[in-house]
Design a binder for this molecule. Structure first.
Ligand code: PRX
Length: 653
């Protein structure tokens, strides 16, 4: 990335203000004490936190079973319930506290207290039971980012059903594949919703998915959000409001074993097929709960706004499970940052008294481009903490966030983690850690990271570059990949056999102060606007078009998105030119949108007669990445089977 240089020469240091540190849950001394405890006995460290912070119906008898490593089992013998932890335990002390403040795309607002949330979750949980959903059944959610999505998650958790959310921006084809892989019994969706004023046809996509497969689906629960006409196929389809109308507002939680799956969340890897990342109940809750406290310094009076959609892991851990298990007030906003104008995010922050704001660098960069007059129009004085997640934040965006939004006072937590890790792994602690723009600083207490070389050997010394690995298990780690444990072992622990290292798939640099700087993925995974996309998935989508013979997809640095999708395509028949090429490009972009979702549409498509291959037939992706960036080709291309193709790929012929 072009930012690497600026990142590595970044020397600015921003210590926490004395005022913030004095009032924070964790200051330097407390953090050091926690880290020392974790060093001494990592397993007991987590066990103690789990005992003190999570409500167990049956206490666990063994903190960690590593006899089948890398299939670790945390908190063996313990029984708990995620929904009871998020709701029931707050009823005695804060039933009337607002749990969720909501603002819709069109500006409609609604609040839920903990009491109301508990009642609505219980009603839907009872509704699910009445449809025959029981412990271990999979329920797919294809929902707008509204409180009902959280209610549906909690209702599943309450009865021990496993939810799997598919982001509403994915196409019907992606939805179908995920439903089928999960073997889901029920889908919960909405008729539709609007984002940025545009209608999103959720139910229509569900209808399409179900008409092309998904034989395990018995029922579809439909939330009425827009009220527009959608194909409704009773008795398979039931309206949410009809289902809950007669249900009791009380539903005993199903106490599940600590390693009972709480949810599956599909994410992209280096192969064409997305993998169902499986998270446990007990370990995941410990991670989401503790990191919410440590990283966001959550206090009783906070209004916490994590802008991520519930369809991503950030929405799971920091919209739903982490803040709610801490009894916090969260804000949910259904729409986009720039509708109806570029001040929307800041207006929401002002109107709802947001104190903690957690978003992605892509949003920061987009808003930065629109000018600081927008945030400056609004009163952001309630804000006390800012966060970033999902991709490396370039120092320029960090500094803008610090200066314009943080008024040079607020701490910024740049949090590194993954769908697989369940919770934040590396981040500054706002009352304790001095930050550097572009660095996620250091691992949290109880998390052990390192940098290893090609052979999996730790790089000696603090200053190091290489593969980022996690050397010890942690509670919120994925349990496995749904239905494919072999792939789990191979993907995450197979790279350095015998070393038992979790390989994150990121490359990193560690500086002389032991601070980590994430450089990006080392596998064939792209990060487009903070969304994780597999190059192979996009290639398969392209190849499924009748005109395409072969496709190779790489990432190209993008000012706002971080990375954009660049596709090199060879066609069946003659290479298209002029208008024909323009028409086909449009068609292919639509095709990828239909196959995967709009988020995967290539920004650039270039046609060529051939792709650059080595004599053994391997596509030279490194070369394609250079070409996509428009770099001068300095690599040795003499080993190519067809060196002559390079000029054409570079768009010069
Ligand atoms: O490459 C890293 C990047 O996002 C990847 C994980 O993507 P996903 O599973 O979709 O989860 C995103 C939200 C947690 C990582 O492998 N990434 C995430 N956070 C950061 C980051 N890269 C740099 N800095 C971060 N703070």
């Amino acid at each position: 990335m072009s930012d690497i240089q600026s990142v590595l020469t970044e020397a600015r240091l921003f210590p926490p203000s004395a005022a913030f540190a004095a009032a924070a849950r964790l200051n330097k001394e407390k953090l050091a004490a926690l880290c020392a405890e974790a060093e001494k006995d990592p397993v007991e460290f987590w066990a103690e936190l789990a005992r003190k912070n999570i409500a167990w119906q049956t206490p666990f008898t063994k903190a960690l079973d590593d006899s089948k490593a890398p299939n670790y089992r945390w908190f063996v013998g313990g029984k708990t319930n995620a929904s009871a932890n998020c709701l029931d335990r707050h009823l005695a002390t804060k039933a009337d506290k607002i749990a969720i403040r909501f603002e819709g795309d069109k500006g409609d607002t609604k609040n839920w207290t903990y009491r109301q949330l508990h009642a609505d979750v219980s009603k839907l949980a009872n509704g699910l039971k009445s449809l025959g959903v029981t412990k271990g059944d999979r329920v797919v959610l294809y929902m707008p980012h509204t409180p009902e999505a959280v209610i549906a998650m909690q209702a599943c958790a309450r009865i021990g059903a496993i939810h799997s959310i598919v982001f509403g921006g994915f196409s019907s084809g992606s939805l179908r594949d995920r439903i089928e892989d999960a073997g889901a019994k029920v889908v919960i969706t909405a008729d539709g919703n609007t984002r940025g004023g545009n209608l999103i046809e959720l139910k229509k996509a569900v209808n399409e998915a179900l008409s092309s497969g998904c034989k395990t689906i018995e029922k579809v629960i439909v939330l009425k959000r827009t009220g527009h006409d959608v194909g409704f196929d009773a008795p398979r389809d039931v309206w949410w409001h009809d289902l809950v109308a007669q249900q009791s507002a009380s539903c005993d939680p199903e106490w599940v074993e600590a390693d009972h799956p709480l949810f599956l969340l599909y994410t992209s890897g280096s192969t064409g097929k997305p993998k169902g990342i499986q998270h446990s109940t007990g370990g995941y809750m410990v991670g989401a709960h503790m990191t919410s406290q440590w990283v966001f310094d959550l206090k009783e009076s906070d209004v916490f706004w994590c802008t991520a959609d519930v369809g991503w892991i950030t929405g799971h851990s920091y919209v739903c499970y982490g803040p709610l298990s801490n009894g916090a007030t969260i804000l949910m906003y259904e729409g986009v940052p720039t509708f109806p104008d570029a001040g929307r995010f800041w207006k929401i922050a002002q109107d709802h008294g947001v104190t903690i704001f957690y978003t992605a660098p892509t949003a920061i960069r987009a808003l930065m481009k629109l000018g600081e007059e927008w945030p400056n129009k609004y009163d952001l004085s309630k804000l006390r903490l800012l966060g970033s997640v999902g991709e490396p934040i370039n120092p320029e965006a960090w500094m803008w966030y610090h200066r314009v939004i943080g008024k040079e006072k607020l701490p910024i937590v740049d949090t590194w983690w993954q769908t697989e890790t369940g919770a934040i792994m590396m981040s500054p602690i706002p009352g304790a850690t001095a930050t550097k723009p572009g660095s996620c600083t250091q691992p949290l207490p109880g998390i052990f990271a390192d940098v290893v070389d090609e052979a999996g050997e730790p790089v000696k010394g603090l200053e190091a570059g290489g593969y980022l690995v996690i050397t010890k298990p942690w509670p919120s780690m994925l349990s496995t990949i749904w239905g494919d444990n072999e792939r789990y072992v191979k993907t995450y622990y197979g790279q350095f056999p015998g070393k038992n290292l979790y390989v994150a798939g990121d490359s990193t640099h560690r500086d002389k102060d032991g601070y980590y700087w994430i450089m990006g993925r080392i596998d064939d995974v792209l990060n487009v606007s903070g969304h994780r996309l597999g190059t192979m998935e996009i290639e398969s989508a392209l190849v499924s078009h009748t005109r395409v013979a072969e496709a190779a997809v790489v990432g190209r640095p993008h000012e706002v998105k971080g990375e954009s999708v660049f596709a090199f395509v060879t066609c069946k028949g003659a290479r298209p030119h002029g208008d024909e090429a323009a028409k086909l490009i449009k068609e292919l972009r639509e095709h990828v949108g239909k196959e995967i979702g709009a988020l995967a549409k290539p920004d650039d498509i270039r046609f060529a007669d051939n792709l650059p291959k080595t004599r053994s037939g391997k596509i030279m992706r490194r070369l394609l990445r250079s070409i996509a960036k428009g770099e001068e080709i300095t690599q040795d291309i003499s080993t190519l089977e067809n060196p002559g193709i390079v000029a054409q790929l570079a768009g010069k012929e």
